[in-house]
Design a protein around this ligand. Sequence first.
Ligand SMILES: [Cu+2]
Length: 576
Amino acid sequence: MKLRILTTLCLLLGITPAVAGTYDLEVGPISLDVSGQSVDGFAINGQVPAPLLRFKEGEDLTINVTNTLKVDTSIHWHGFVLPFDQDGVPGMSFPGIKPGETFTYRFKAPKAGTYWYHSHSGLQEGAGMYGPIIIEPEGREPFRYDRDHVVVLSDWHEDSPMQVFRNLKRSPDYYNGIQRTVGEFFRDAEQDGLDATISDRLDWGEMRMMPSDISDVQGYTYLMNGQNADQNWTGLFAPGERIRLRFINASAMTFFDVRIPGLKMTVVQADANNVRPVPVDEFRIAVAETYDVIVRPREDKAFTIFAETMARDGFARGTLAPREGMSGEVPDLRDPPRLTMADMDHGSMEGMDHSKMDHAAMGHGMGSMDHSKMDHAAMGHDMGAMMSGEDDDPFYAPGSGLEPDAANGGKFLSLADLRAQEPLYDERPYDREIRLRLTGNMERYMWSINGKKLSEAEPLRLQYGERVRFTFINETMMAHPMHLHGMWKIVDVGAGKWNPLKHVLTVPPNVTISADVEVDAPGQWAFHCHLMYHMAAGMFRKVIVEGGPEDTAMIDPELEKLWGMANADAVSGAHH
Ligand SMILES: [Cu+2]
């Protein structure tokens, strides 16, 4: 009744009511051949990636999702601020979508930006069920561009995700081509002495892991907008135009280092939040992050968009070109980063005067190490940076060898560079701190938070209206892209009210990062590492926001029961 009066008033006053749109999506099976072999996967409207959805900011959305699979499915709107029962996590937001059923999502489109959507059921996301979303702003963007292209990066495996997970559980280094083996560990021990070798491992937070894990699943085919490197996805431009590239990392497990040789990229948005423009030569995009960059190619030639995996086992590649059918030079893969310092190669730094170097400046990680046994080459870039007076990235452990360098020696984006264009929240002190140790046992492929996997842990209870500081302490050798549903993370980069907002916060190995969360979303929410197999193994928490306009008492008790069956952790239980 009220609504009708309001609508009538609007019509009388000549006010345009908010836009509303209805969208139909169908989830179904697909067979895809992007690696020379046909592989079964999951598609939305018959596509991988799923179709690009363009919504208007504030639009009243009605999205019908029909499940034609033989198993349950779901769609999660990644990064959206919305009512928790529309968030699409089975057993947490809703019961999931049964075979043959249609579920209708109803919510308002969130603030403008680049987003994406994916299945939150089982491991479907890892087999094609993801797609891009653009929310168009009501007003003007704070930056200019002439056209935009979405660039969805993803990884595609010939083994089904369930098979990959089983293999990882059986043998955690199953897919890790460059991982140092136990044999290498003993060889190091022979060369460097067992104490040095072990203390090197212990420096990495006393995690019970196998040596060196830049990434734990390799051997993927890497895709750009669903096309492999040879298929060469192409985005067009007219010379002189400003092109906005909306990068979305929809991979299950892969971080990419992205560059476009010959073009400077200006980062204008991260995780759907505008940032003060940062010109860079290269940036790293973690699983589930988005970065929007503006480039301005002035020449009538092809430029390669080169997305090299962090582990350097492959790349996704596409082209920016004035016409179809062109291609630029494709760079070679660089050498993989080495996580530990014990197996460093002594050869390549000969001739340097080590006595001039300040070893203390290389950081705490080396305190207990025997310096005479170290391979200085692997630390090369850190020293180079120190000698050239360049600042180290504070978000990588000093001396870890993990800090990325731009291929052309230029600027590599750091989290520390990001500043919110417009803060979403007032600046205020946090009410309390929750410390989350990111933990793992690589020998058993167990991933956890504070040593407990999802099924062993109590939910995190937050009070509506409080501001909570989450401090992430990564005690593992892998970077974890942590994703909290429904609420923004205000990442503490030391910029006060200009701290950037993110939906995914990547915590590199042996690093501690804090982010504040304004608890303004009642209901229950998923909070997990976005590496799909880490999530499935239990690096996951349920967050319950108590109080507020819609008290969590409204949560259907049936959901609570379902949770035990449908959560990702159960995936591991069922097949272990
Ligand atoms: Cu993880």
